[in-house]
Design a protein around this ligand. Structure first.
Ligand code: HAS
Ligand code: CU
Length: 570
């Protein structure tokens, strides 16, 4: 990595502060990043072992293979999904959002609120680890009813959500205070996006909060014995789709507001970025039924409405591809790239921070297009319960999002520690093994899924696999093995940076203090955008909940506890 030498010349409003952070700021952000990396270290390790279990070649070679937790399929899969998708992401997003907000607005985040939020989320992590580790929560990261987990699992989720709400409130407060002092000024694009993310999050988590507090927690405490499965699933996916953009937006913050400078250029259009983020706010919420296409309790009309809106929500990502792509092209041409495609090769391919983000984009091209295939109602019916879907989300969440977060970690962690990254070469090797491993894994899963291999099933020893499925499941395990190597490289470098790095930190992250004065101020009319969002939610979701409630006659599905069947099933 190279130090950023000078402010961006061509865009006047952008200035870089000295890095000097208060110790209290460092600690608050540091504990979030470390907790995220801790959750990831558990979740990430479970992944390759899942791929081994699902590979017939592996199961034949090691038929007696047993390691507690790792080899219990649903326990390990729950640990994998919950740690990676819910805890790693949320801790990282909160820590990164604090960093961006306070450095960009040059005002501190309320420390008391920040620490309260952290403690809540951290206790949540502990409770959930207890529930899964003791084999009392084999419900996967989507925790669909009528499966039931130990109360500590749901309490852990509640604390994670409440903690993240407090964190969001602290960010809103910083923005409101900044706005009072800077009337008529544009908020920097990075903070604009963080605000969009927090608004979307505060709205969507209401769905899952109702699901947990009304349907699941009372049942796991023994007060409720029956449920309505369709209502539970609708509440979950009201939250579940915006959740994926909650993960994506911080990665986009880096692609839009940091990568252009890191790559040696500038962002093509600040205003276009703002429009893309606003579209993500407005259209992320009314599309969740694309996860319920195979559900009998939602009408074809509702499915149709959500299909159309799902195609609309992909548009801001196409806009991002254009905007960020143009910025990368600008950077490369500034360095002398000629011809139509040579800009692709003139990137900073030796800088792990840049390469991690470019690698994320390469994976996201596959992830995004597979998402558009999922979005088509008819194609989805053929793919919904197959390995294709994990193929899709490992390219998006495991690819674009995780790799970008890793790229951010490669400068943020050294900055918080005050020491340079332990090894840039190791980081580069880590990024490339991640890209290659994820491509092999995702392609294997996708193709096995098209051939009919189911998802969420322990496949290694089942008798019904055909040769195509066997080949691609084995291939996925090779991808899993490459990802295992990548994960080891990641953690060796993290420990090295924290404990053994002796080089001083010399990398100044590109943080803008002011928004582009050319971007229209009306884009910051939050009341208007929230109003439109709520209106669309009403149109898109009210019929779904009415249909779901009417689908079966009241709450009549008995709960099922996969770990402890007897005490709760009536
Ligand atoms: Fe998805 C299921 C549709 C995006 C995550 N998705 C999932 C699940 C997860 C997930 C976790 O319609 C599984 C949930 C479960 O457990 O059941 N998804 C979409 C669509 C998009 C999409 C239309 N998904 C994401 C993102 C995720 C994510 C982002 C996580 C972060 N997804 C679905 C559907 C399902 C689904 C159905 C349900 C399936 C089922 O049946 O269960 C779109 O938003 C995607 C738009 C993205 C693009 C790509 C743009 C490319 C870019 C890169 C630019 C490259 C450049 C070149 C500039 C159109 C921005 C770089 C230059 C170099 C030199 C490298
Ligand atoms: Cu979705």
């Amino acid at each position: 990595m190279q130090a950023v030498q000078s402010p961006q010349r061509s865009s006047a409003p952008v200035v870089f502060p000295r890095v000097g952070m208060l110790t209290s700021e460092r600690w608050l952000i540091g504990v979030h990043v470390m907790s995220a990396l801790f959750a990831l270290s558990i979740g990430i390790l479970m992944g390759p072992f899942q791929t081994f279990r699902r590979a017939p070649a592996f199961v034949q070679a090691f038929p007696d293979w047993q390691i507690p937790v790792f080899s219990y399929y649903y326990q390990a899969l729950t640990m994998h999904g919950v740690m990676n998708a819910l805890f790693f992401t949320t801790f990282f997003i909160v820590g990164f959002s604090y960093f961006v907000t306070q450095r960009s607005l040059q005002r501190p985040i309320n420390q008391t609120m920040g620490w309260i939020a952290f403690v809540l989320m951290f206790i949540g992590l502990g409770l959930i680890l207890y529930a899964i580790w003791t084999n009392q929560a084999n419900v996967l990261y989507t925790f669909y009813s009528p499966m039931l987990a130990h109360p500590t699992f749901y309490l852990g989720l509640v604390l994670l959500a409440v903690g993240s709400w407090v964190a969001g409130a602290a960010i809103f407060m910083a923005y409101i205070a900044w706005k009072k002092e800077h009337p008529g000024e544009r908020v920097p694009l990075a903070v604009f996006a963080i605000l969009v993310n927090q608004i979307m999050w505060q709205i969507c988590t209401l769905g899952v909060a109702i699901e947990i507090l009304v349907l699941l927690l009372p049942a796991s405490l023994g007060f409720l014995f029956v449920t309505d499965v369709q209502v539970g699933r609708a509440l979950f996916w009201f939250f579940g789709h915006p959740l994926v953009y909650f993960w994506l937006i911080p990665a986009y913050v880096s692609w839009y507001t940091m990568l252009p400078t890191q790559a040696g250029g500038k962002l093509f259009s600040d205003s276009l970025g703002r429009v893309a983020f606003l579209m993500l706010l407005i259209f992320s919420l009314p599309v969740g039924v694309h996860h319920l296409y195979a559900d009998p309790g939602v009408s074809a009309v509702s499915k149709g409405i959500h299909t159309v809106l799902t195609f609309v929500v992909a548009i801001p990502s196409f806009m991002t591809a254009f905007n960020v792509g143009a910025s990368l092209e600008y950077a490369a041409r500034k360095r002398g790239a000629r011809g139509p495609l040579s800009w692709l090769f003139h990137q900073k391919w030796g800088d792990p921070v840049v390469v991690a983000q470019l690698g994320g984009m390469i994976l996201f091209i596959m992830g995004g297009f597979s998402g558009l295939i999922n979005a088509s109602l008819t194609l989805n019916i053929a793919l919904h319960n197959t390995a294709w879907i994990p193929g899709h989300f490992h390219m998006t969440l495991g690819g674009a999002v995780t790799l970008t977060y890793i790229g951010i970690t490669y400068w943020l962690l050294p900055m918080l520690r005050g020491r340079a990254l332990y090894s840039d070469k190791m980081a580069l090797a880590q990024v490339w093994t991640w890209v290659v491993g994820m491509l092999i894994f995702g392609h294997g899963m996708g193709t096995a899924g098209i051939a009919g291999a189911p998802r969420r099933t322990d496949l290694g020893a089942v008798p019904y696999l055909n040769d195509t499925m066997i080949f691609w499941l084995n291939s996925s395990a090779i991808g899993g093995f490459v990802l295992l190597i990548s994960s080891i490289l990641l953690y060796v470098n993290i420990v090295g940076t924290l404990a053994f790095s002796t080089k001083p930190y010399d990398y100044e992250p590109p943080i803008a203090h002011r928004g582009d004065p050319n971007s229209p101020l009306w884009l910051e009319r939050w009341g208007l955008w929230i109003g439109i969002t709520l209106f669309l939610i009403l149109i898109a979701w009210a019929p779904v909940f009415v249909e779901s409630l009417n689908f079966v006659d009241g709450f009549n599905a008995p709960f099922f506890d996969p770990a402890r069947p007897s005490p709760i099933t009536p």
